[in-house]
Structures are given as C-alpha cells and as structure tokens.
Design a binder for this molecule. Structure first.
Ligand SMILES: Nc1nc2c(ncn2[C@@H]2O[C@H](COP(=O)(O)OP(=O)(O)O)[C@@H](O)[C@H]2O)c(=O)[nH]1
Ligand SMILES: [Mg+2]
Length: 375
C-alpha cells in the first residue's frame, strides 16, 4: 500500500527539519510491506517552513508539499488528503502533528492494525498504555481529560477513548466518503467530526495507545476557547440529530399522527353523530393504535419489519394490550398518584408527566419487545 504521512504545519520550521529526517532514516527503513511517503500541508507559514521542506525534498524523493491559505487545521487536512489521493495515489493516510508530540515509533503498530482490516486507527492518550505529559499544569490536564469524557458521554460512544487527538491513520475510502461533510469543520473540531461520521457510517475503528509528549519547540496553535464552543456545538447538535432522525424521532411523529386521528374521530362522532364522548374516544383510540402499529412497523422499525401474517396478528394484539396497559397504569396511574398525594389542582401537570412516562414506556416496549432485534 502507498502510505502518506500528512504533516500539517503552521510555523514549524524548526520541528519539520528534525522530524522529516527522523522519519526517513529511523522509521521508514523498518517498514517493509508498505511504500512510505510524506506530505507537508503548509499554510504559507511566515517562518519559511515551506523553504525548509523544499530543501528536504531535494534529499528525499518521497516528500511533497501542498501549500494554501491558512484556514485552520481541518481545512489543511482536507486539502492535504485530497492532494495525497489525487497526486500521490495514497491508500492509507496518517494524520500527525509536525511538532514531534506524536511518537513516530508507533507508526508500525498503527499499520499493523490497518493490515488486520481496520478502516481507521486512532492514537489514544486515555486508555491503558497511553498518557498526556506529566508536566502539564493541572488545569490543562483536567481540560483534556474532562473534554474527552464529555464528548464520549454526550455522544454515548464509550468504546473510543480519545476523540480530540490528531494521531491517526485511515483508508482513503473513509476520507472520500466523508469529505463533503468535513468541509464544514475547518478548525480543530474536524477531528471529532471526522471520527464521529466514520463510526456512524459503520467503518471499523481501532485504537493504539501512545504517550503524548510535550512540545519542545515553537508554540501551540490550539485555539482553546473557540474549540470548546465549536466542539460542544458539534456533539450536542450531532446527538440531537441522531435522536430526531433515529427510531425515537419517528416514533414521536407516528404518535403525533395517532393523536390527530384520535382527536378527529372523537370530534366527528360526538359532533356529527352525537355519540357519547367516552364511547367515541374508545373508537378513536382504537383506530389511532392501529395506525400507530402499522406506521411503526413500516417506518420507525422498518429494519425489523414484521412480515408474516401470523406474527402480524400476534404482534398487533400484543401492541393493543401493552398500549392499554400504558394508558391505564402508567399515564392514568401517574394522575391517580398525583391527585391522591398532592390534590387535584395540578391535574394537568400530572397528565403531562404521565404522558412523558408513557412515551418512554411505549418506546421501550416497542424497541425491546414488539420489534425486538432478533440477532
Ligand atoms: N497547515 C496548518 N497547520 C496547522 C494549523 N493549525 C495547527 N496546525 C498544525 O497542526 C499541528 C498541531 O497543532 P498544535 O499547535 O501543535 O496543536 P496542539 O498539539 O493541540 O497544541 C502542528 O503541526 C501545527 O503546526 C493550520 O491552521 N494550518
Ligand atoms: Mg502539538
């Protein structure tokens, strides 16, 4: 495979002149089963990083440079990865800081995982065998550790320990699939967004622990405050989108349709046909439940659709029974508890709380029992 190590640089002259020879002389000769290349993605650094790279390019033939305007780390990676695929025929691409914080000795271990068939391998500082610099002030350590825990907690994805790091390798197919969406993250949020979309699309991701060493030369470009705001914005909107467009969101839409059907039948029977409201509601609710069952079957849980006629009727009856149980015991039960413990004055609040609990109960029953995953 052609492996391109992409090094984004902004004022890294002093670092790049040490890192590139180290990669060429100490690391690449040890890798026998891949062809190794380096691509520097430089954003017209005023310190002359590009001139230094061009000198190195005369010494080694497997180095290239992609130059462009400074738009941020994510934008530099999108430009660099596009270049690596189009101009260097890359199969695997590494993300690696140019400042030697990412121990190059770990490269073979990353490649090993790729050879096992993974689509992306993430360097992690937060699992067994990984670490952040000892000498970091406590505030910076806390920021780094809790930031990552927060991302994992909000996204509810605990299998990946390090979301914010920038030491990774991936197959070109992963980048080509996510490229269009990644254009929206020109800064450091790129790392979280890229990993999140990669997992969402079912690519296989592995981790390699590494010791993140402290920067020895030059300055960090990390925009802390802007980063916190953008990263939080990303994970929160991503999670909301996931919930709304996932089964739970569809379940709410189906329930809303059911409610409209129930209300319409109730009104028609009472006002036009002069039915008693309670009987009219029994009919309305039964039709609404029937509609809910079918829409949930065809849409909300379409991946686990009930198709055979016999199980359709069994499940339909189950659905009616569990729906009735929910309305009688959970929703009405909450109202009953409220009026007995706190009086009838706030009955509408008990109704709202009861309805909320009913929704959770219904979704759980549908998800776990009626449309249970048969794996
Ligand atoms: N091309 C480019 N590289 C950048 C940009 N911002 C940061 N980098 C590079 O990305 C790498 C990581 O940045 P760094 O400042 O070390 O971040 P930190 O390790 O989180 O403190 C370094 O090689 C930087 O030179 C940018 O806007 N454009
Ligand atoms: Mg750094």
């Amino acid at each position: 495979m052609n492996v391109v190590i992409i090094l984004p640089t902004y004022n890294e002259r002093g670092n790049i002149e040490k890192l590139v020879p180290y990669l060429e002389e100490e690391i690449f000769p040890k890798i026998k089963n891949h062809k190794m290349f380096i691509l520097v993605a430089d954003d017209n650094s005023p310190d002359g990083t590009a001139d230094e790279v061009k000198k190195l390019m005369k010494r080694w033939r497997n180095i290239e440079i992609s130059e462009g305007p400074k738009r941020g780390l994510g934008a530099a990676y999108v430009r660099g990865m596009t270049y690596a695929i189009e101009k260097m025929d890359a199969d695997f691409m590494f993300e690696m800081d140019a400042d030697e914080q990412h121990d190059p000795k770990k490269i073979p271990e990353f490649l090993n995982k790729m050879d096992q068939g993974y689509d992306m391998v993430i360097g992690t500082r937060y699992s067994q065998g990984g670490s952040i610099p000892e000498n970091w002030p406590i505030k910076r350590k806390a920021f780094s550790i809790f930031g990552n825990l927060l991302v994992r907690g909000i996204l509810m994805k605990f299998s990946i320990h390090d979301w914010t790091g920038g030491y990774r390798v991936l197959r070109k197919e992963v980048f080509l699939k996510e490229k269009d969406e990644l254009e929206s993250y020109p800064s450091y949020t790129f790392q979280i967004a890229f990993l999140h979309k990669t997992l969402r699309d079912g690519f296989k991701v592995a981790e390699v622990p590494f010791h993140f060493s402290d920067r020895k030369l030059g300055m960090s470009k990390f925009p802390a405050l802007e980063y916190i705001v953008n990263a939080l914005k990303y994970v929160i909107t991503a999670k909301i989108k996931e919930i709304v467009t996932g089964p739970f969101g569809k379940f709410l839409v189906v329930g809303g349709i059911g409610f409209i059907i129930n209300a319409a039948i109730l009104k028609i029977l009472v006002e036009i046909f002069k039915w008693v409201p309670s009987y009219a509601n029994l009919v309305g609710a039964s039709v609404a439940i029937f509609s809910n069952f079918n829409f949930n079957n065809l849409w909300t849980f379409n991946e686990r659709k009930i198709t055979s006629v016999s199980s359709y009727f069994v499940k339909l009856i189950q659905f009616y029974l569990t729906s009735a149980f929910g309305v009688i015991f959970i929703q009405t039960g909450t109202i009953f508890l409220g009026e007995n413990l706190l009086g009838t004055k706030y009955y509408f609040i008990y109704f709202l709380v009861g309805t909320f609990l009913l929704l959770i109960y219904n979704f759980t029953v549908y998800n776990r029992i009626i449309w249970r995953n048969k794996k």
